[in-house]
Design a protein around this ligand. Structure first.
Ligand code: GDP
Ligand code: MG
Ligand code: ZN
Length: 290
C-alpha cells in the first residue's frame, strides 16, 4: 500500500522519508535514478513500504515553495527565536527577518526565550508585536514555560528556526524533544562549528513535525523588491496607509502622511517605523543596482 511522506534527507544514495510517524530508508525507483531528479528535504513523496523500514520512492509531488538557505521544500512556517535578555532582543534583526518571511508568505511564530531571567513586566515591544497580529510565545528552556505552545505549533508542519546565536534555538529543540538530546546536541555542534559548508541540511522530527537542523534567513540583505512593496510587510501600516494624502506615499518625507501621524500618536512603535525607513533606503539602494 502506498503512503505519503516527507523527505528528511538524502545521503549516499539513500533517502530518509518521514511517514506515519516513522523514518523509512528508501531507494529510488529506476526511472528516478535515470532522470537524476533533484530531491531536497521537505519534498513530498509517495513511498511503497517493503521489508521492515525499507521502502521505495514511487512518486514526488509538486513543491509549494522552497527556501535557498537552508535548501528545503514546502516550508510551512518560521519560528523567530529571540531572547528577552542575554542577549537583549535586537529588534532591527527581528524586523529584518519579518520582512524576509512576510515576503514568502509563510506562517510566523515569535518565540521570546529566557522568560525565567525576566523579573520586571514584559517588554512593551513584545506586546506590540502581539497586538499587530503576530503569534508570540514567551518561553523558558529552564522552567519549561511555553514549550507546549511551541510544540502545538510545530505539529504536522515543516518549520525553520531563525534568530541570533545565543537566543536558545538549540535549547528549545532540546526542550521539545528531551529524548533526542544526543541528536540535537550533535546537530547544534555542527551548526556552531560552521565549517562543514558542504554538509547536507536535514529535517529532524520534533514534536510531531519536521524542523530544519540549520537556522534559516542568515543573510542580512533584504530581498529584492520595489520600494512601494516594503510597506506591505509592515502589517500595522495597513489601516493608516489609505488615509495618506498621496496614493504613492512611502511614509518618509511626504506631507499629510497618516502613518507618520499614527507614529506621532504612539500607535506605531518607534523602532518599527525607524527600521522601516532604514530598510526603505536599502531597498532604494538595491533598486539602483539591478
Ligand atoms: N536562563 C535561560 N537560559 C537559556 C534559555 N535558553 C537557552 N539558554 C542558554 O543560552 C545559551 C545559548 O543557548 P543555545 O540554545 O545554544 O542558543 P542558540 O545559539 O540559539 O542555539 C546557553 O547557555 C543556554 O543554556 C532559557 O530559556 N533560559
Ligand atoms: Mg545552536
Ligand atoms: Zn504615508
Amino acid at each position: 500500500m502506498l503512503i505519503k511522506g516527507t523527505l528528511m534527507k538524502g545521503y549516499a544514495g539513500f533517502y530518509y522519508v518521514y511517514a506515519d510517524d516513522r523514518v523509512w530508508e528508501c531507494s529510488l525507483r529506476g526511472r528516478f535514478r535515470v532522470r537524476k531528479q533533484n530531491f531536497i528535504p521537505g519534498d513530498r513523496v509517495i513511498i511503497l513500504p517493503g521489508i521492515e523500514t525499507k521502502a521505495t520512492i514511487e512518486k514526488v509531488l509538486e513543491r509549494k515553495n522552497s527556501l535557498v538557505r537552508p535548501n528545503i521544500a514546502n516550508v510551512d512556517q518560521a519560528l523567530l527565536v529571540f531572547a528577552q535578555k542575554t542577549p537583549d532582543p535586537d529588534y532591527n534583526l527581528l524586523d529584518r527577518l519579518l520582512v524576509q518571511i512576510e515576503k514568502i508568505a509563510i506562517d510566523i511564530l515569535l518565540v521570546f526565550t529566557k522568560s525565567d531571567l525576566i523579573k520586571e513586566l514584559t517588554d512593551p515591544a513584545i506586546d506590540y508585536y502581539r497586538r499587530v497580529g503576530y503569534k508570540t510565545v514567551s518561553v523558558s528552556n529552564k522552567t519549561g514555560q511555553g514549550v507546549s505552545e511551541v510544540a502545538e505549533f510545530l505539529k504536522g508542519r515543516i518549520s525553520v528556526l531563525a534568530g541570533p546565536s545565543g537566543s536558545g534555538k538549540s535549547s528549545l529543540l532540546n526542550s521539545l524533544e528531551p529524548n533526542q538530546k544526543l541528536k540535537t546536541g550533535e546537530v547544534s555542534e555542527k551548526i556552531g562549528r560552521g565549517k562543514h559548508t558542504t554538509r547536507h541540511v536535514e529535517l529532524i522530527p520534533v514534536a510531531g513535525g519536521l524542523v530544519a537542523d540549520t537556522p534559516g534567513f542568515s543573510s542580512l540583505n533584504l530581498p529584492e523588491m520595489k520600494r512601494e512593496e516594503l510597506q506591505d510587510y509592515f502589517p500595522e501600516f495597513q489601516e493608516y496607509r489609505k488615509n495618506c494624502r498621496f496614493k504613492s506615499c512611502l511614509h518618509d518625507q511626504e506631507p499629510a502622511c497618516a502613518v507618520k501621524d499614527a507614529l506621532e500618536h504612539s500607535q506605531i512603535l518607534v523602532s518599527r517605523y525607524e527600521n522601516y525607513i532604514q530598510f526603505l533606503k536599502e531597498v532604494i539602494e538595491n533598486e539602483r543596482r539591478y
